[in-house]
Design a protein around this ligand. Structure first.
Ligand code: SF4
Length: 308
């Protein structure tokens, strides 16, 4: 359990009151600070949270995550007020590609189907053919009957992982998530030597050299399922360090080791209890998607949801 200061306990009490008064719900991504989970109604990965946002009857949603996640929630539920507590919580991976670059790639590879990872901006989704998540990327690409070439944007490592699991020709884009990309093979080998009984779970945003050391390559929701069902008692967590806390809470009888000094998403950690309270008090920062973008972006997401 997370230990809380008096100040944090007071903020949690105030947030709970505000939430009730405004009939809001708080969604928190798995990489958030542990104290944020104390006020969250729903916790999960980006797509689980966006689906939850679409289902809830609440009119106000405070999305504790990064901008592309709040945008996805807004695409799926445009009638609701989606608040991102920190204006500057972006995603360096999503920033690797913009609309002009997608259009240029379409011209360069007119035969290719463009698959965009959910970690992309709303306008990039609007220019793409179909969306994918880390959990379903292989399934989405393999479902593209007739497509010989596939451009998967913006994560090169996810595309490399898919390339190993499909016979379609994958075109790569030079983007990466800094939190996953910077994990070094030596760090993994050191951790494995320290905990020889532990299973190593790795997120497909890690580089191929890291994935070849993994016992299981999977998304954050897949890690929860794997840890729950495995007979192993110890796990090395190859994704953002916050996930180890989520896993430890879900499986208290098992042990989880994270790369706490390397695998940190600084954008996720920008959100604090104070910024969540401010979001509810000041109704900030509203994330809205222009209808011209929302409709094609919705089509891109819907095509994926029809597959999985
Ligand atoms: S962990 Fe990486 S991909 Fe996820 S939000 Fe942070 S920078 Fe983006």
């Amino acid at each position: 359990m997370v230990s809380l200061s008096k100040e944090s306990e007071e903020l949690i009490r105030e947030i709970q009151e505000l939430k009730e008064k405004k009939k809001a719900v708080i969604l928190a991504h798995n990489y958030q600070r542990p104290e944020i989970f104390q006020v969250a109604d729903i916790q999960g990965d980006s797509l689980e949270l966006s689906r939850a946002a679409a289902k809830t009857k609440a009119e106000i949603i405070v999305f504790c995550g990064v901008r592309f996640m709040a945008e996805t929630a807004s695409i799926l539920s445009s009638e609701k007020k989606i608040l991102l507590p920190e204006k500057e919580s972006g995603c360096p991976l999503a920033d690797y590609i913009n609309v002009e670059q997608v259009r240029a790639m379409r011209k360069k590879y007119p035969e290719a189907t463009i698959v965009c990872y959910v970690n992309s901006s709303a306008d990039v989704k609007a220019e793409s053919d179909i969306c994918c998540t880390s959990a379903n990327a292989v399934k989405v690409v393999n479902s593209l009957n007739g497509a010989k070439q596939v451009l998967l944007i913006p994560d090169k490592h996810l595309a490399q992982y898919v390339a190993k699991n499909t016979d379609k020709q994958m075109i790569l884009w030079e983007g990466n998530c800094p939190a996953h990309h910077q994990l070094q093979r030596e760090e993994v080998l050191k951790m494995k030597a320290e905990y020889p009984e532990a299973k190593f779970m790795a997120h497909p945003e890690c580089s191929p050299e890291i994935l070849e050391l993994a016992d299981c390559v999977t998304s954050t929701s897949g890690m929860l399922r794997y840890a729950n069902s495995s007979s192993a008692k110890e796990f090395i967590v190859g994704t953002e360090e916050g996930m180890a806390y989520v896993l430890q809470t879900a499986c208290p009888e098992k042990k989880f080791y994270s790369f706490a000094n390397t695998m940190i998403c600084h954008d996720m950690k920008k959100i604090t209890l104070q910024s969540v309270k401010d979001a509810l008090v000041k109704m900030q920062y509203l994330v809205e998607i222009n209808e011209d973008i929302r409709k094609p972006a919705m089509n891109c997401l819907s095509r994926m949801m029809n597959i999985v």
